[in-house]
Design a protein around this ligand. Structure first.
Ligand code: ZN
Length: 262
């Protein structure tokens, strides 16, 4: 099931996305919240009549760096880390499909990074490898927007990767993929229609299971928390006016436009 979060007439709701053609999609409004037992109301609205929101409101976004060897190499890191390494993006960096990425004033080099995002479905800590599948709610697309010049000159990445609007998520959460499938999906990114990144999640040095074992060893994960799994090679600059789109096989396309921060 594809679960979207949206606003309609000033109210926020979740809905199951039905249909295949982009312009014919409808939302069946969910009664309750999708992390608990829920029912479909049978009340349907065309997707074109609502505004999609970020599919979840995470307490935290945990992102993993250098998880694709080709990307580590293009960044000048010949060595891929033996263990996964994590950093945070704050909840305030999250935006939804169609929202604007605001180019920050303190950077002259903002990059895109297409990533598979894992959405956590239940409170958990110290998750054993064989239980990881049980704590996953589903998967969505992410763009780990990065002020590359700031990342290079500042030791901690809080500003470089945590500024407002630096974490587009969406368009919805796909809950029907099993973990083996999620570890082998095509992931691609275009800027103004031209392909910039193309990879497969099977190229990840540390698959999803390893990432969740690693971070849950340290901290409690909550329903709605998001894990970003790293980006394949091909990262590059975004400019004001660009339209950037992340497409992941079996999930969908997340599109955002870059504007100057007003
Ligand atoms: Zn990244």
């Amino acid at each position: 099931m594809r679960i979207a979060r949206f606003s309609i007439d000033g109210n926020v709701a979740f809905g199951a996305v039905e249909g295949e053609k982009q312009d014919e999609l409808v939302l069946d409004i969910i009664k309750g919240i999708p992390f608990a037992d829920f029912e479909l109301s049978g009340t349907k609205v065309p997707l074109s009549k609502v505004r999609l929101l970020p599919p979840v409101l995470p307490n935290k976004v945990v992102a993993f760096g250098r998880n694709y060897a080709d990307h580590a190499k293009e960044m000048g890191n010949e060595e891929v880390p033996d263990a996964p390494f994590a950093f945070f993006k704050p909840a305030t960096s999250v935006i939804g499909p169609g929202d604007e990425i605001q180019y920050p004033s303190f950077s002259q080099e903002v990059h895109h990074e297409a990533e598979l995002a894992v959405v956590i479905g239940r409170l958990c800590r110290e998750v054993p490898r064989d239980r990881v599948k049980d704590v996953i709610f589903g998967y969505t697309c992410a763009n780990d927007i990065t002020a590359r010049d700031v990342q290079k000159r500042e030791k901690q990445w809080a500003r470089a990767k945590g500024f407002d609007t630096s974490c587009p998520l969406g368009p919805w959460v796909e809950t029907d993929l099993d973990i083996a499938a999620a570890n082998d999906l095509t992931i691609q990114l275009t800027v103004n229609g031209a392909q910039r990144q193309l990879g497969r999640t099977s190229e990840m040095t540390h698959p999803i299971e390893d990432l969740i074992v690693n971070i849950s060893e340290a901290m409690t994960l909550l329903p709605g928390d998001v894990i970003l799994t790293g980006t394949p090679a091909g990262v590059g600059p975004l400019n004001v006016g660009d339209e950037v789109a992340v497409t992941i096989e079996g999930i969908g396309t997340l599109t955002n436009k870059v504007v100057k921060r007003g």
